[in-house]
Design a protein around this ligand. Sequence first.
Ligand code: 6R9
Length: 645
Amino acid sequence: MSDNQVFPVTAAASANTHCTKDNYKALYEQSVKDPDAFWGKEAKRLDWITPFTIVKNTDFTGDISVKWFEDGTLNACVNCVDRHLPEKENVTALIWEGDNPDDSVHVTYGDLYEHVCRFANVLKQQGVQKGDRVTIYMPMILEAVYAMLACARIGAVHSVVFGGFSPDAVAGRVLNCESDYIITADEGVRGGKHVPLKANVDEALKQCPNVKSVLVIQHTGGIVGWVEGRDVWYHEAVKSVTADCPAEEMNAEDPLFILYTSGSTGQPKGVLHTTGGYLVWASMTHEYAFDYKDGEIYWCTADVGWVTGHSYIVYGPLANGATSLVFEGIPTYPDASRFWQVCEKHKVNIFYTAPTAIRALMRLGEEPVKKYDRSSIRLLGSVGEPINPEAWLWYYNVVGEARCPIVDTWWQTETGGIMISPLPGAVDLKPGSATLPFFGVQPALVDADGKFLEGAASGNLVITDSWPGQMRTVYGDHERFKQTYFSAYKGLYFTGDGCRRDADGYYWITGRVDDVINVSGHRLGTAEVESALVAHAGVSEAAVVGFPHDIKGQGIYAYVTPPAGVEATEDLRKELVTWVRKEIGPIATPDHIQFAPGLPKTRSGKIMRRILRKIAENEYGSLGDTSTLADPAVVDDLIKNRRNK
Ligand code: 6R9
């Protein structure tokens, strides 16, 4: 796409925006030149119990230490709920839209306060104390939000595990953070299908004898197994508690949550976010990137199991006293117009979704979109992966009727919130570009040797200094934190993304440069899928790579070598697909499994993934240098038997 296709900020679009073309630059300069002054002032958007006197204390060298507002105290739940009272007592905080289009509920800030306090008291009754880790494995129901805020209220650290993950994935995460408490529901519902969450927890907990209590929300009324003395129905426990629950005073640097995310090596790591800096970041980015104004209806279609759900369904919008819509369903149920039907029904003003959803809907044509009135929408957002210009233009023209700016927001679980994004009314748009950095964010491009690239260039995206929303460590493994993010380039945070900067200084994220694949906006480590595969008796070796996929962005291509004596049959192939789904979850379903008698390895035994990627991409004409291969003949067999023809 040409760098020159620009959608300029129009006078109408810049009327009354938080930021304008004139002051974006000045504010940005201020934010990076004097972070203490800028963030010292900006952090006052929150209510502090003890005001901080120190703003920034961060070091990207040595042991890597990130602290913001370190002597201040506050409570995140109070900032998201209590402080909006009594003014917003009757203002809607959450709208729940069920999988079934007949189901919806409005919850005011007054109601939210009561629900959260009761939930917090139930947690206390179960024995949860400040600092304890609580695993939340829930469908997209309001109790998922109450549970997160209830943890924050009593100083417990939540670890939300996406409801689509398998029992094994749940177990791994429960064990890793030594979480003794689980909150789940009997079942989830998505696209009319029931998801057996409680049964998955039962299965997972066979590996986790430490777990003391499983709190179960009755959602569908489906039949569930029961372990006496461990399992507790929420609706029964809540009968004996009051709606009075004082909030814990937390230090700004006390942990707020852990969220597991995939990296290029090993099992997912627990990204740790703390209280003060994270909440300042979530709140400010939500207000500015979406240009949020009081009274607006805001809908982020993510799941609370991902960071986008944490920052832009729960913490950012609620810290800002917004009305945030929580959607249980999927874009194509009961039909392909569901998103737009919900927008019409609830008069949504700001709509934030992922490119994979846009691409899937784009294939189904304009008619399902046009069936519903979208005149309430004034801003569109995109997150999770690069949005291809074709999808951007369809989103802009068809969904947004060429009147709504699109904010293409680049960020990561690790960054806590939006890092590179246009600010509505301030930054001209270019389809496919996340445009310019948010306040306080200093991106740079480096080459493989860590040399800074100036002007228009392509390289690896790094951030040169800390911002308040940054992750603080990998839970229980600070070495891994240092190794993953700060070892590639000294003194710089390495994002793992490749990126191009054009002559206007706009950033164009090109995708991961490490062994992470982005399937429908969800991160998966190739190592995770490989270790699931080799755990099967029919696999002696496996190598997994991503390949371009029309809807998912990237698909999963697995090369598998069965052990001697095991036949590479169609049945085995099917079994392996089912196996990976069971081991990790449906999002990790391999698109292609190719049996390979041998994998291309160097003489020192390293798998040459570059070659496997090319074959999966169907570009085997340009394999590059294969002279270092131990056995070049392996490649011919791989090409002959490739699956993605
Ligand atoms: C928020 C979230 C992070 C990775 C990131 C990048 C990709 C996210 C993007 C984008 C291009 C965007 N990514 N947003 N790439 N344009 N607007 O998605 O967090 O799940 O941790 O994924 O997603 O590759 O490094 P997370």
